[in-house]
Design a protein around this ligand. Structure first.
Ligand SMILES: [Zn+2]
Length: 318
């Protein structure tokens, strides 16, 4: 990438749409935030995405000719090859060709990523995975997801859906998952799973029993909450061992809201992961916390546009 070039990153979330003009060093030069308001319908949300994009593009301080393209980070099921959000419940979207809509409006190339893959790019270019060629980013939040950088490239898969770490099975005979599989990691180690385990044990449906509250109680030393977090860490390590065998990474980066309890989680993750791997694989891998916060979606989506410069990279044409 040329040093004086820029890319626009769009983070499409259930509560807010965040657009940012990002430079080659990952700095956000200008940004615009709008509420998603998914209940107003698909058309209204698309209009807000276009409006936020326009605002950062016309910020005035840079030459628009130097904007290489637009990267989009979206939750849900995407098809990056055709630039379509196939299904995103938090946006209220089904088969929305957001890539084509943006490309047509602004005349710029567009790349679409799922949110975990975008965050992985951000950590790889400018965060905890900088300087590596083989890095895996794992997000532990409401769900569990991952983005895989292998041999210096993001592993996208056919549709851009590779890295669905939350749906690898750690118990073939475990409880059914909404995806169709059984015993998915996400059902043992996500924020939702931690909440469910707490509510089940306490025989309550209290809404105050949230993953955030459990993390805080665990950090304050409360024994039951600590046990729940440790258990989630154990399962994450079981899952991470599979990542080690598949990808032989240099570093695994853990991020997401549940990692607020990292002082309790990390030792458990490392322990169960390392004791399940052959020593050669397990000894060299570093397990670290993410360095980029809420800007990861915007930065990573923009970073994915800069990565278009890589030789052999296919530029989608909508
Ligand atoms: Zn599943």
């Amino acid at each position: 990438m040329a040093k004086d070039e820029y890319a626009i990153g769009l983070d499409l979330g259930g509560t807010k749409i965040l657009a940012g003009l990002v430079d080659h060093a990952g700095r956000i030069i200008a940004q615009k935030q709008l509420p998603t308001l998914a209940e107003e319908g698909e058309k209204a949300v698309v209009e807000r995405v276009l409006s936020a994009t326009y605002d950062v593009l016309s910020t005035g301080s840079i030459d628009p000719e130097k904007v290489r393209g637009v990267g989009i980070a979206s939750a849900g099921v995407i098809n990056s090859a055709i630039g379509e959000v196939v299904f995103a419940s938090n946006l209220g979207w089904r088969n929305v060709p957001i890539g084509a809509l943006i490309a047509q409006r602004f005349g710029l190339p567009v790349r679409l990523f799922n949110d975990a893959n975008a965050a992985a790019i951000a950590e790889w270019l400018w965060g905890a995975g900088a300087g590596t060629q083989n890095m895996i980013y794992v997000t532990v939040s409401t769900g569990v997801g991952a983005g895989v950088i292998s041999d210096g490239r993001l592993v996208c898969g056919r549709d851009g859906s590779a890295g669905e770490f939350g749906h690898i099975s750690i118990d073939w005979n475990g409880p059914p998952c909404r995806c169709g599989n059984r015993g998915c990691l996400e059902n043992y180690a996500s924020g939702t799973a931690i909440e469910n385990a707490a509510r089940h044990k306490l025989a309550t449906t209290y809404e105050s029993v949230t993953a955030k509250a459990i993390c805080e109680a665990a950090l304050a030393g409360e024994a039951f909450s600590k046990q729940l977090i440790k258990q989630a860490g154990f399962y994450l390590g079981v899952g991470a061992a599979n990542l080690l065998y598949l990808f032989n990474p240099e570093v695994i980066v853990f991020g997401g809201g549940v990692m607020n309890a990292s002082t309790i989680l990390m030792p458990e993750i490392e322990k169960s992961m390392r004791e399940r791997c052959i020593p050669g694989l397990a000894q060299e891998v570093r397990v670290v916390l993410s360095q980029i916060g809420v800007e990861a979606g915007v930065m990573g989506a923009a970073g994915g546009v800069f990565a278009l410069d890589q030789p052999g990279e296919k530029v989608p044409n909508f």
